[in-house]
Structure formats: structure tokens, C-alpha cells
Design a protein around this ligand. Structure first.
Ligand code: PMP
Length: 446
């Protein structure tokens, strides 16, 4: 298809495609003609540097030749097989995930994505402990299925709030907008742990199956936890026999500059959920990495859960190729290095010059700019709102990015800088320059 066909693609979309999270009559989806590496393009010759990695999942970039070839080879060999059979490509994908996850998380249950991974992790925790409640943090996202959306700590939960029983929310650490009036990272850490302990005491520890946390909360604002917080939660879980679930659907597979974000904090959960970066979304795939102790619960007793496409051969082939290419091409190391040497320093420098940038947070290729009306009061550039809609100032900022050839990630009052882990220094600088320019649209609202 050439230039001009975009209109037909859009018309066909509007005829029958029902889109996620949207009022169907109010959306205007951009028709996409192709993508490669950190870029994608439309039918009118506009190319965008993708600072969102789609939904923070194309960690290896678009159309990586080794991954494309692996999918083609697997398709020619065996497209599909039920989960009950043993197949080489599934075993190899499980081995490579187990090898990378921390500690004894050595058994892998495959799903089609992140929400299903969370659903199954919670089910495993409930059956393992014989308890029902699950604690999760405000300012979190865990997926859009029944339990996962209830666990989610953002307004997208509200319309489905009663879908799953037994979910209790608490405040995690976030010094910039501290729920605990803390002034230092140490205070924030200490008070957040005390708050969690108190929540457990009042809910009844004997009723709590699990605590689920994103290792570094992503969608909610890339809030890197203070040193000691996750180790503190691990200790609390051990004391009360509570299963500790780390959700690494977004933070895993190189995003933070290590294979898993948990590696930065020296913490091993009992269950770890993953998806997105495991194969950069080339074929839907997610899963749960399971500790030896929880796996043993289901050694002689059946695990009551499964999916027709669990460990799908095409998905597993793409995951094997992705993990191997990431190791061969030192892609995780690249994410760490570009983050530390290029993106982090540039964002801090940008923040100094722009009145709308309240705070810069992040690591690897996982950064957030918290945009404010006023640096002193930290009033968000747009108010926290139920629809999740960006609001006019953020929409103007996003439009300015796109005019400059940059595709941004925007959520509430934040823009996230989350390019592919493969991004080069030159590409990062190109995107940062476009971001710098577009921020004047946000500055106009300060
Ligand atoms: N957990 C986290 C931390 C996520 O970021 C996401 C997706 N953004 C999910 C779970 C849900 O994953 P999926 O959309 O693949 O169901």
C-alpha cells in the first residue's frame, strides 16, 4: 500500500474495530504503514521515533530480524499444540525465563499477557495459603481482567470495582507526592513500611494471601522505590506467611537496565509476573515465574487453571529468539548505559530549563517527567481524573511532540520516556531534542 491508502485503512478500522479504553465515537486512530527498530510510520510519510515503545513492550524494537525469522521457522514447523504436550520451544522459553528470574523462581506458567499472569499469580497465592485477601498499592496498574483491574490502583478500576472480592489497597512509597508527609527517602521508606504493617494488622494477617507490587510502578509514574522498601515488604511477608508477588510485566526484560527490576533491589518474590518485553509483543505472551515452595503445592494436587494458548509455540519461539538476541547483542547493557549516560542527564538538564517539569524519575530506559503548574506547590499540570484522559495541556504537549516526529507516552500529568532498549545514542538525542522543544507547550500552562 502506498501513500494515500491510510484513509481507507482508517475507514475500515472505524467500520468494525472496537477500541480499548475509548469512547468509540471520539477517537481518530492513526493508520500505520510500517515499523522498524525504534521508529514507526504512517501512510503520509510521517515517521515517528517511538518514545513509548507502543505500550512499553517493544523492548527489542520493531521487526528484529532474528525474532521475525524464529516466528517464520516455527510457523513452518508447528504452529499450535495444546498446553498438555511437551514441546522443545516451550521448554526452552521456560528455561530461559527461569535462568533470568531471581532466586528459585524456576517453574514457568505461560499466559497470553500480563493480566492473565496476575490472575493466575493471585489464584496460586490463594490456593497456596488458603487465604482470600490480596493487598495492592494505590498508583498501580495490574491489567484489565476481573481481579487484575480490581488490584489496579488508578481510576480505571472504578467502573469494575466489585468484580473481585478481597482486594485491599494501601499507599506505597512516592516521596515527590508523599502520602506520609515525608521529607527524605529514608522517612518515606520507614513510614510506608509502617503503614503497610498497620494495614495488615487491621485487615488480619491470617486473612491475607498475598501482597502484589510492581517492582517499579510503571503506568502510575515510574516511582523507583527507596532503598530498603522492597526488602522490608519481603520481611513482612515472611513474618506473616503472606505470598509476595512482584509484577514485572512492564519493568522486566531489560526496561530498567537489568533483566528484572528486582535485580536492583536484591529481592526475590514468591511469584513474579511477566509479559511485554519477554518477546516484545511480537506474539501475545506472558507468564508467572513460580518459587519451588509454591510449585510444590501443586505437585500432587492439580493446579485449577489453564488457557488454550498457554505456551503457544509461535509466542515461545519469539521469546526464545528475543531473549537470545538480547543477550548476544548486549541489549540490556545498552538500556542501562544509554539511561545512565544519555537519557538521565539530559532529562535532568531539561527539567532545569522548563518550568513545567516538576520531577525526573527513572532508570534504564524507564523515565518519567512529572509535569506541574507550579514547581513549588507541585500542583499537577492536569488534575487526577477518573477518565484517565490527558486533559488539554497534555494533549497540546502530545501534539507538539508528534509535530516534531516523536511519539510520546502520556498519562495524567506525566510523560514517560520509555524507548526501546535497543535505542542508540543518536536516536535518544534526536528524541530528547524533540521532547525539549515540545515541553514549551506544557510550559505555556504553568
Ligand atoms: N501489570 C503491569 C505492571 C502492566 O504494566 C500491565 C500492562 N500495562 C499489565 C499488568 C497488564 O498486561 P496486559 O495488558 O498484557 O494484560
Amino acid at each position: 500500500m502506498g501513500v494515500g491508502d491510510g484513509r481507507a485503512v482508517k475507514a475500515a478500522d472505524r467500520a468494525h474495530v472496537f477500541h480499548s479504553w475509548s469512547a468509540q465515537g471520539l477517537i481518530d486512530p492513526l493508520p500505520i504503514a510500517g515499523a522498524e527498530g525504534a521508529y514507526f510510520w504512517d501512510y503520509d510519510g510521517n515517521r515517528y521515533l517511538d518514545f513509548s515503545s507502543q505500550l512499553v513492550n517493544t523492548n527489542i524494537g520493531h521487526q528484529h530480524p532474528k525474532v521475525v525469522a524464529a516466528i517464520q521457522e516455527q510457523a513452518a514447523k508447528l504452529c499450535t499444540i495444546a498446553p498438555g504436550f511437551a514441546v522443545d520451544v516451550r521448554s526452552e522459553a521456560a528455561r530461559l525465563v527461569a535462568e533470568r528470574t531471581p532466586g528459585d523462581l524456576d517453574k514457568i506458567f505461560f499466559t497470553n499477557g500480563g493480566a492473565e499472569a496476575v490472575e493466575n499469580a493471585v489464584r496460586m497465592a490463594r490456593l497456596h495459603t488458603g487465604r482470600a485477601k490480596v493487598l495492592s498499592a494505590y498508583r498501580s496498574y495490574h491489567g484489565a481482567t476481573a481481579t487484575a483491574i480490581n488490584l489496579t490502583g488508578d481510576p480505571r478500576r472504578w467502573p469494575s470495582d466489585t468484580a473481585s472480592a478481597g482486594v485491599v489497597h494501601f499507599w506505597g512509597p512516592f516521596l515527590y507526592r508523599s502520602a506520609f508527609h515525608a521529607e527524605t527517602e529514608e522517612q518515606e521508606c520507614e513510614r510506608a513500611l509502617a503503614h503497610l504493617e498497620q494495614t495488615i494488622a487491621f485487615e488480619g494477617p491470617q486473612s491475607i494471601a498475598a501482597i502484589i507490587l510492581e517492582t517499579v510502578p510503571g503506568t502510575a509514574g515510574i516511582m523507583v522505590p527507596p532503598a530498603g522498601y522492597l526488602a522490608g515488604v519481603r520481611e513482612i511477608c515472611d513474618r506473616f506467611g503472606i505470598v509476595f508477588i512482584l509484577d514485572e510485566v512492564m519493568a522486566g526484560f531489560g526496561r530498567t537496565g537489568t533483566w528484572f527490576a528486582a535485580d536492583h533491589f536484591g529481592v526475590t518474590p514468591d511469584l513474579l509476573t511477566f509479559a511485554k518485553g519477554v518477546n516484545s509483543g511480537y506474539v501475545p505472551l506472558g507468564g508467572v515465574a513460580i518459587s519451588a515452595e509454591i510449585a510444590a503445592t501443586f505437585d500432587q494436587r492439580p493446579y485449577p487453571g489453564g488457557l488454550t494458548y498457554s505456551g503457544h509455540p509461535l509466542a515461545c519461539a519469539s521469546a526464545v529468539a528475543t531473549m537470545n538476541a538480547m543477550a548476544e547483542e548486549r541489549i540490556v547493557e545498552n538500556a542501562a548505559e544509554i539511561g545512565e549516560r544519555v537519557i538521565g542527564p539530559a532529562l535532568h538538564e531539561i527539567a532545569e530549563r522548563h518550568p513545567s517539569v516538576g520531577e525526573v524519575r527513572g532508570m534504564g530506559v524507564f523515565w518519567a517527567l512529572d509535569l506541574v503548574k507550579n514547581k513549588e506547590t507541585r500542583e499537577p499540570l492536569v488534575p487526577y481524573n477518573a477518565s484517565g484522559a490527558a486533559g488539554a495541556p497534555m494533549a497540546e504537549f502530545a501534539a507538539a511532540c508528534k509535530r516534531g516526529g516523536l511519539w510520546p507516552f502520556v498519562n495524567m500529568n506525566r510523560t514517560h520516556v520509555v524507548p526501546a532498549c535497543t535505542i542508540t545514542e543518536a536516536e535518544a538525542k534526536e528524541g530528547l531534542a524533540a521532547l525539549d522543544e515540545a515541553l514549551s507547550a506544557a510550559d505555556a500552562h504553568t
